[in-house]
Design a protein around this ligand. Structure first.
Ligand SMILES: [Zn+2]
Length: 296
């Protein structure tokens, strides 16, 4: 089974409401692309402000209703005055996690950290956009992966950075290594970082990113999640198939051990663990500088 970890509803603010036909068409398209389900992100709180928080929640929930492998995440704007109560309401209604794009705030700002602490206390994860963002705002300084170090002190937070932070994939890899290593310096840390592989990387850069990432000394098997950025209302089957084929060929080329298990994690198991729907408890290797390997 494969799952698409990144599907939008109402991305452009031009769609409100989901009916039975939309859901059936989405499921048909997902299956045609080789998926049994995936993550459904609610509408943009800025572009779709007119829908209201309840309207955006209902819109995403209605896509997922009755489908055990569709997982709704609520897109929250921590600058809204009732953001903390929106967190509670979304969890009460059955959302499996949250989505944020830091268009107009820094991830380390007090409003954002308060909302993240609340989300983590309820056991839910957060999917962040990261990298240059096609949001129409001056937002690059907010979306650099280094900013997300601010999350390290939030207990039990699971978060993922989308698009491998394109074009700052090297910085994304460095922050990921930092989060892994942090367990050595501070074993009390319980915040975990995942990487959402949703394209952002243009096709010509994909191998460059994977060569640096998958074949590097850090442990990636348990923290990469595949996604497409497709829309519920117009799921792009050929795009989804093309990226899986490209990525699969790169895994075959660069993963040194048990490549089928690696793919099963990237396309299914890591997303389920991110969402809190898996009991897998991987023992990740802590990367160290000049790791002592005994006397020669
Ligand atoms: Zn997206």
């Amino acid at each position: 089974m494969r799952l698409d970890g990144h599907i939008h509803t109402g991305l452009r603010g031009d769609y409100c409401g989901t009916d039975e036909n939309t859901r059936q068409k989405l499921m048909k398209n997902l299956r045609a692309a080789g998926f049994d389900g995936g993550v459904i992100l609610s509408a943009d709180p800025i572009k779709c402000a007119a829908m209201g928080a309840e309207g955006r929640m209902e819109d995403a929930l209605s896509v997922c209703r009755g489908e055990e492998n569709l997982f709704p995440l609520y897109w929250i704007n921590p600058l809204e005055s009732d953001a903390l109560s929106q967190v509670e309401r979304a969890v009460e209604l059955g959302f499996d996690g949250f989505k944020m794009i830091c268009s107009q705030y820094n991830p380390g700002c007090p409003e954002c950290l308060d909302v993240l602490a609340k989300i983590a206390s309820l056991g839910k994860p957060v999917l962040f956009h990261s990298g240059i963002c096609w949001d129409g705002f001056n937002s690059a300084n907010n979306n650099r992966p280094g900013n997300f170090e601010a999350l390290i002190d939030i207990p039990n937070l699971r978060f993922t950075l989308a698009h491998v932070s394109w074009p700052w994939y090297d910085e994304c890899i460095a922050v990921y290594g930092k989060f892994l290593n942090a367990h050595y310096a501070r074993p009390d840390i319980s915040c975990e970082m995942f990487i959402d592989l949703t394209p952002g990387t243009p096709r010509g850069y994909r191998e460059e990113v994977f060569r640096h990432m998958v074949a590097s000394e850090y442990e990636y098997r348990y923290n990469l999640i595949f996604g497409t950025d497709s829309l519920t209302t117009a799921y792009n089957v050929s795009w989804a198939k093309e990226w899986q084929e490209r990525d699969d060929a790169l895994y075959d080329k660069y993963v040194r051990e048990d490549v089928e298990d690696f793919k099963d994690h990237v396309y299914r198991l890591n997303l389920l663990r991110f969402l809190g729907k898996s009991d897998e408890n991987p023992q990740q290797k802590i990367p160290m500088v000049a790791d002592y390997a005994g006397d020669v």
